[in-house]
Design a protein. Structure first.
Length: 391
């Protein structure tokens, strides 16, 4: 358990003890004798179970409800003060709220129903003939309802966050699928073009070469058609086709990345841009080039949204053998909520894309001040397509 969890439970234990002591005093004052002992003991047992709920929430809730139901029956037949008392009701509220917050739906509903049954069962122990709902029952029902709301709200909030995160991942996968379609189509088209050209040359020297090249052409065409059908299923029919920044064959002359940085500089921040030369980037696989652009784009967007006081930004793209490193760092002062603010859904999309290519992504505060997003991507050595295939 984390330190914060221990501290919260310690504070909760103090509250339990105070409520139990207060109610024992009230019972002793109004009933006299030792009537307060049963309520205090039963309530203490439920409160201790509530404090141990983190180890097994389901069993803790079942045990707490069982103790409370037993206390209700004992109070009914032994003519004891009404149960559950405030201390026991508070312990049950913690158990019910935790169950609704963390347990599977069926189990959570069962615990909530059990809590409501115990709260309604307090009618059996009410010592009043007045019309209307007894005060002990009203208190237990209100505490139960507050526990359900306290557990249900964060549960729904977590479900919404998971749905949004999954939507971001799905959108990134669809974006990758579209880029994969365009990239592979480019290369397969190059193969088909080369095969067609070879067939023309083979006319001067008829033989087996012509048949082999015909088979290459047919295989390339069939692969292109099949790939389009499969990847086309992932496209949104209402969305226009998108191409990777820089197009197939790398970032080209880096114009698009330079334009992206230029637009960011127009907002008033200085940007230092460090990039490899064009001969180096021309050999990068297109999916890697598109990911470089995406990481830089999302990082600059996050700086604009969450680091308004930053004055300078460094964008560096470096290659060491078969590893490409992309880093975007700013110099904004560190704030108490900075880490929470910068952990948005954009990082989920970036991480999905980077990890799909076998890379890693790290985002976090820099030593002293500022924030850094660092992605590493594998870049296998590959040969560029012949000039004819690129046309």
């Amino acid at each position: 358990m984390r330190v914060g969890g221990w501290a919260a439970d310690a504070g909760l234990g103090v509250i339990f003890a105070a409520v139990l002591a207060f109610w024992a005093y009230r019972i002793a004052d109004s009933w006299g004798g030792g009537y307060w002992g049963f309520d205090c003991a039963a309530g203490a047992v439920v409160c201790v179970i509530a404090l141990a709920r983190r180890f097994d929430p389901a069993r803790a809730a079942a045990a707490g409800l069982a103790v409370a139901a037993t206390a209700v029956l004992a109070a009914r037949f032994a003519d004891l003060p009404s149960e559950p008392g405030p201390g026991m009701a508070l312990g049950l509220a913690v158990l019910v709220g935790t169950a609704v917050r963390a347990l599977p739906v069926v189990t959570a509903c069962g615990v909530a129903a059990g809590g409501l049954a115990v709260a309604a069962g307090s009618l059996l122990t009410a010592h009043t003939l007045a019309a209307g709902v007894p005060s002990v029952t009203a208190m237990n029902v209100l505490v139960w309802a507050a526990a359900v709301v306290a557990g249900l709200f964060p549960r729904l909030l977590d479900a919404r966050r998971r749905a949004v995160a999954e939507g971001v991942r799905r959108a990134e996968r669809l974006r990758l699928a579209r880029e994969l379609h365009d990239v592979v189509a480019h290369h397969v088209t190059g193969i088909v073009v080369q095969a067609q050209a070879a067939r023309l040359v083979a006319h001067k020297s008829p033989g087996k070469a012509g048949d082999a090249l015909a088979e290459i052409e047919a295989a390339g065409s069939d692969a292109l058609a099949a790939m389009r059908r499969v990847v086309g299923l992932l496209r949104d029919p209402d969305e226009p086709a998108a191409r990777a920044p820089g197009g197939p064959g790398g970032l080209g002359e880096l114009d698009e990345l330079g334009e992206l940085v230029g637009r960011f500089e127009a907002g008033g921040r200085a940007v230092r841009l460090r990039l490899p030369d064009e001969e180096e980037t021309a050999t990068w696989p297109p999916e890697v080039a598109g990911t470089v652009y995406r990481v830089v784009q999302e990082s600059l967007t996050n700086i604009s949204r969450h680091a308004p006081h930053s004055r300078s930004v460094t964008v560096s793209v470096e290659r060491d053998r078969e590893t490409l490193t992309v880093e975007v760092a700013d110099d904004s002062p560190r704030g108490p909520s900075r880490h929470h603010q910068r952990g948005g859904y954009g990082l989920i999309g970036m991480r999905e894309r980077v990890e799909a290519l076998g890379g890693t992504l790290r985002a976090g505060p820099r030593p002293g001040a500022g924030w850094s997003v660092r992605a590493t991507l594998p870049v296998p050595r590959s040969k560029a397509l012949p000039e004819r295939a690129r046309r």
